[in-house]
Structures are given as C-alpha cells and as structure tokens.
Write a protein that binds this ligand. Structure first.
Ligand SMILES: *Cc1c(COP(=O)(O)O)cnc(C)c1O
Length: 359
C-alpha cells in the first residue's frame, strides 16, 4: 500500500507518457489506474484528502453505507482536446447534484469547490490514463460519498468518506453509437415519485438491477421504466434519461419527479433549442412512443445511445429501420461530442480546462 500525503502539486511534471492501452476498444468498465483520492469527514470537518494507489478501503462493519444505503455517487468525463489539453464537461453541475444527493439522504455534503478541486487533483494524478484525442474514449470520473460511521439504529452516520476514482472508458452500451433495443418495464419500479429517484443514490440501482438483468437475458439492452404511481408515463431508462423526436422534429423528454435530472439531457435541451427543435419537458404517455420518429437514451456514460426499437407488451415500435440512428439524434450527438472535446466553440462555458500543476 502506498499512501501519499496531500502535498501539491500531486504530480511533478506535465510531460505525460500515456499508459499502454488499446484506447479505441476500451469497454465501459473498471480498470486500475495510478491513484484514487479519499477525504474523511469527522468531528465536523472534511480533511484535505489523501491520494493512494490502494484499491481497498478499510470500513467499519457497522458503517451506515453497508446497512442503510447511505451512499451517493456522480459520473463525469474528462477528454483530451486536439491541442492536448484535458477538459472536463460541466463539473459544476455534478458538484451541485452531489450536494442535493447528500442532503436528501442526510449525508454530509461535499462543498462545490472541494469537489472541483478533487476532480482536478485526481485527473492530474492519473493524467497518463486520459485517452488520446480522437480515440473516442474518455476518462470516467466517479466521485462517491458513503456513510462510514457505525450505527445500528437507523440514523445518519457521524463520519463520511468522499472517494474519487477514475477509469478510462469506451462506450457504455457495447454498440457505441449503434441503436439499441429497449423494453418497457411493467413489473419493476426503479423509483417512486416521493422517493429518491431524483438523486443519484446507489439504492435506485439496487432497485432496478433485476429488471435490467432480466431484460438483457431477453435480448434487450435496457428497460424503460414507467412512472411508479400510474404506470402510464415514461420515466427513464436504467442508467440514462430518455428522449423522443416527434414527426415535426420536436425534442421531447419526460418531466417526472422520479427521474434523475441528467446533465446530458439538460445540455441536449439547450442544443436542441439551438437546432430549432423546440425542446419540451413534459409527461410522455406510453402510447406516444408509437408516434415518435426517433428516440435516444442520454447520460454521461451513454452520451446519446440511439434507440432502435421499443417493445411494449405485444407491440414493438421500430425507429432505426435500417439499423442507423435518425438524422436529428445524430446531429445532437455530433454537436455534443464536438463541444466536449473542444472541436467547436463552447458558447455556454460547459467545458473547463484542467490546469496542470505547474501552469
Ligand atoms: C447518472 C444518471 C443519468 C444520467 O445523468 P448525466 O448527468 O447525464 O450523466 C440518468 N439516469 C440515472 C438514473 C442516472 O443515475
């Protein structure tokens, strides 16, 4: 185990020799990198954080994360630009969402400046794992907060840990930008309207994992959840938001209290507006799926994954008849990707340069 005190700069040089990896065919999976970063909240304050190459955490057997699900996480990506800079997409949004997640399940929030500093530190410490420009891959950053203090009665922990790990990744859905088949899930609810579906807590994934696994066994890539109360409206897919494109070229995406507010979707709403797609967030009845001409799943991991077809009971709607994404979905995808890697201007200030320690 090697533990390094939190002296700055975390790495001594900006001359980075890349790790030897097959960048173009990376899966969306965990791969060991050089460091992860850990902060502890104890006696009312966060410490300065420690970089370590140890992948194991020591944890109290009565920690609240183990018993009562006090856990939340984030997911964001860093990209290398054509110039060789490293940039991160909208991390202020991730920082703010993590504060909301922590507050909702009564965990100690990570202040936004600390979150941003942690993301920059962990990228710099693992700079050789940032996939090269043009590879299609990115460095996925996974911050998480867990209740580490012991409790056996149900109450919030008295100690917390904020961990940031990174791993270089390729596309979330194996197919990349190739359309996927979804199935409407009617037997399992991911999240309830007054539950915690609107925050990024691990418990929502535990609730849905059996639906996801069963759908994959049946040959689908993912499920599409319905609203838990009425079972009439589309919520979202397992790990991603959903959008449809209407016959007259409008971008529509569900408004629902049990959907996780996706930063990718928020960005697409902006881009769709700029492309003249008159975006709208509203309830989408299941029947409406049969009227869309294109559809997609969106999220940091999924980027935009076009939807080929959706099966609902005995019916199936096919959007990608020739196996290819529709024109508006493709245009949105290309514009989002171009902004993320710095190929086109970024009028909204979504992309932020990660300074190297000596700059
Ligand atoms: C993280 C997540 C998304 C995608 O959100 P982004 O901010 O775009 O990455 C969508 N749905 C769920 C349930 C999620 O956990």
């Amino acid at each position: 185990m090697s533990v390094f005190a939190s002296q700055r700069p975390d790495v001594a040089t900006s001359e980075v020799v890349k790790a030897t990896l097959d960048w173009a065919s990376l899966p969306f999976g965990y791969q060991k990198t050089d460091y992860n970063l850990r902060y502890t909240w104890r006696d009312g304050a966060w410490d300065d954080g420690v970089l370590t190459s140890d992948e194991i955490i020591p944890l109290h057997i009565a920690a609240t994360c183990l018993h009562y699900g006090q856990e939340c996480f984030e997911g964001l990506k860093a990209f290398e630009t054509r110039r060789g800079d490293v940039v991160v997409f909208r991390m202020d949004e991730n920082a703010q969402r993590m504060v909301r997640s922590c507050r909702k399940i009564l965990m100690e929030p990570v202040p936004e400046p600390m979150f941003i500093d942690a993301v920059e530190r962990i990228i710099n410490a693992n700079r050789r794992f940032v996939p090269p420009y043009g590879s299609g891959a990115s460095l996925y950053i996974r911050p998480l907060v867990i209740g580490t203090g012991p409790q056996i009665g149900v109450r919030p922990a008295s100690e917390y840990m904020f961990i940031v790990l990174v791993t270089p990744v390729g596309p979330y859905f194996k197919t990349g930008f190739t359309p996927v088949d979804l199935v409407v899930e009617e037997d399992v609810d991911r999240a309830a309207p007054l539950g915690v579906g609107d925050v990024k807590v691990g418990g929502n994934y535990a609730a849905g994992i059996r639906a996801s696994v069963a759908a994959k066994k049946r040959g689908f890539s993912e499920v599409l959840y319905l609203d838990a109360k009425e079972k009439r409206f589309i919520d979202e897919s397992g790990p991603a938001n959903f959008f449809g494109v209407t016959k007259d070229g409008q971008y529509v995406t569900p408004a629902s209290p049990s959907v996780l507010p996706s930063i990718t979707n928020k960005s697409l709403l902006t881009l769709a507006k700029e492309m003249g797609m008159r975006p709208v967030q509203r309830s989408i009845g299941v029947e409406e799926l049969f009227d869309f001409v294109e559809a997609g799943c969106c999220g940091t991991a999924a980027v935009i994954t076009p939807v080929a077809s959706i099966t609902h009971r005995e019916r199936k709607v096919v959007y990608a008849k020739d196996g290819r994404a529709g024109p508006l979905t493709t245009q949105l995808y290309q514009q989002l990707r171009a902004i993320q890697v710095g190929d086109v201007p970024d009028p909204h200030g979504w992309v932020r340069l990660v300074p190297t320690p000596h700059e």
